[in-house]
Design a protein around this ligand. Structure first.
Ligand code: FRU
Length: 497
């Protein structure tokens, strides 16, 4: 069945077509997903449907800030090269008048269903409800006439209907389950709802609730991974620790077990998912056996992003899609395998580093660099990425302290945040302990994603470096190092630069 495209979706798509060639691509990723035009935040509706990956995302094409977000849509065969399909959902009903906010996707009988939050905020009223839309071709979406499918009348007493959002849906047995993030006085929580048909929902139980773990929880996810269940959530204003949770909002995970009989989860401690400067609101889906596939938003709320400030016509970057596995109670992350074939022309270097050094043919702004540094006889090791003059992104490891530091205070155009963040978005630290530091570094225009070891630590960060491409290494002591660099297969030009 064909549905007619809503007028607001058509307007957004006309605007995108008219303006996409005008964006400045100096910082647009070659292999990271950016919006065609305007603002991007959370990944939404991630699903493999009819032979392709579909990734939706929060997008306001008309502004480079989130003024009025809907869902825009990209599809991919391999999770690296994305084709933009334009807007999929735009605010056009009372219940979503001020935003079609985040949510997830599920397939039922060959039809693609999206569950999303309708955000309403006017006349002194703020109300968030959960809503349904569907598509048969995966491109044109039809909003259900009976929306909202979950309204304020279904909330347990004391639950905020102002902060009640980001439905995450999955199926277990014959039942659909939905997590929704919310809060009550003094605690953040996620609620569990259930349904047999996606249209009629009932409140099941408070799935997880914690005090002192942020003010409100956003974007919950649940992926079964064999004998454990992985819960990921993005708490607003999560308390800072000395070497973790430095962003204003953090993204945390916990392992445990969904108790389908009672509608609760028994979950362990919260741990940070990505220790970088820019990472939030990821979406996860099951992938193969006992694995999860994840895309995160490589930004953070409350920041001054240069592509917006400099008038580049867009803001927002997704991380590389990553595969998550669990071992000994911890999550390990690595980029999807498909990325391997996008990097060519290997350059290898073996040396013993003392002091500071650069290497011929090691450097570039769109490369993958593997570093293996033997720190038996060294106390510190660091690498400057995107270096030119005073510009650099510095990653350093202090072996005695067991601390990694990622420092973008000289990263080029400054990204500022307010006092709610440690270091105001310029520096992050993470606990880490190793004798042999192994790094898998992905540099793209505007970003760096750094995987440590087998993926036990990841740091993601945007960098607005003006095109600086140098790389240098330094250490205290003497460090046998092996480097292997590959260059991205081709430069993709999105618009004018
Ligand atoms: C998370 C979030 C969600 C909300 C969306 C609005 O980044 O705040 O809770 O649905 O962004 O764009």
């Amino acid at each position: 069945m064909q549905y007619t495209q809503s007028e607001e979706v058509e307007k957004a798509n006309a605007y995108i077509s008219a303006h996409k060639a005008e964006v400045n691509d100096l910082y647009r990723g070659n292999y990271h997903l950016n919006p065609e035009v305007g603002w991007m935040n959370d990944p939404n509706g991630f699903i493999y449907f009819k032979g392709r990956y579909h990734l939706f995302y929060q997008n306001d094409p008309f502004h480079t800030e989130n003024v009025l977000a809907g869902w825009s849509h990209a599809v991919s065969d391999d999770l690296i090269t994305w084709e933009h399909l334009g807007a999929a959902l735009r605010p056009d009903h009372d219940y979503d008048a001020d935003g079609c906010w985040s949510g997830s996707a599920v397939e039922k009988d060959g039809r693609l269903y999206l569950l999303y939050t309708g955000h309403y905020q006017r006349n002194g009223i703020r109300l968030e409800t959960q809503n349904l839309a569907w598509s048969d071709d995966g491109v044109v979406f039809h909003k259900y006439e009976g929306n909202p499918v979950i309204g304020p009348d279904m909330l347990p007493e004391g639950t905020s209907s102002e902060d009640f959002r980001d439905p995450y849906v999955w199926k277990n047995g014959n039942t659909y389950y939905m997590l929704v993030g919310t809060m009550e006085a003094g605690a953040a929580k996620v609620l569990l709802f259930r349904s047999e048909d996606l249209f009629h929902w009932e409140f099941f139980n408070t799935f997880l609730r914690r005090e002192g773990a942020g003010y409100c929880w956003e974007c919950p996810n649940l992926v079964p991974l064999g004998d454990t269940d992985l819960f990921v959530v993005s708490p607003v204003d999560y308390p800072h620790a000395e070497h973790a949770f430095h962003n204003y909002n953090s993204t945390v995970y916990a392992l445990g077990e969904v108790l389908y009989g009672s509608g609760k989860m028994s979950a362990g401690a919260f741990r940070e998912l990505d220790y970088g400067i820019d990472f939030y609101a990821p979406q996860l889906i099951p992938y193969g056996e006992n694995k999860a596939l994840m895309v995160g938003w490589m930004n953070m709320w409350g920041r001054s992003y240069p592509t917006s400030e400099l008038g580049h016509g867009w803001t927002g970057t997704m991380t590389l899609p990553r595969i998550l596995t669990v071992r000994d109670g911890a999550v390990y992350q690595r980029p999807v395998e498909a990325i391997d074939s996008y990097f060519v022309s290997p350059v290898k270097v073996s040396d013993v580093l003392t002091g500071s050094k650069t290497f011929q043919n090691i450097g570039g702004g769109c490369i993958r660099l593997k570093v293996k540094a033997d720190l038996k006889n060294a106390s510190r090791f660091s690498v400057n990425l995107f270096e030119k003059g005073d510009v650099r992104l510095t990653l350093s490891y202090d072996k005695a302290a067991g601390i990694v530091t990622l420092d973008r205070s000289h990263g080029g155009v400054d990204v500022r945040s307010d006092a709610r963040e440690i270091s105001r978005a310029r520096l992050r630290t993470a606990p880490y302990s190793t004798q042999t530091l192994e790094l898998d570094i992905f540099l793209d225009r505007g970003s760096a994603e750094i995987f440590f070891g087998e993926g036990e630590l990841v740091m993601s960060s945007l960098v607005f470096n003006g095109g600086a491409e140098g790389i240098s290494f330094s250490c205290e002591g003497s460090v046998p190092i092996e480097l292997e660099q590959r260059t991205f297969v081709k430069e993709v030009r999105h618009g004018k630069s």
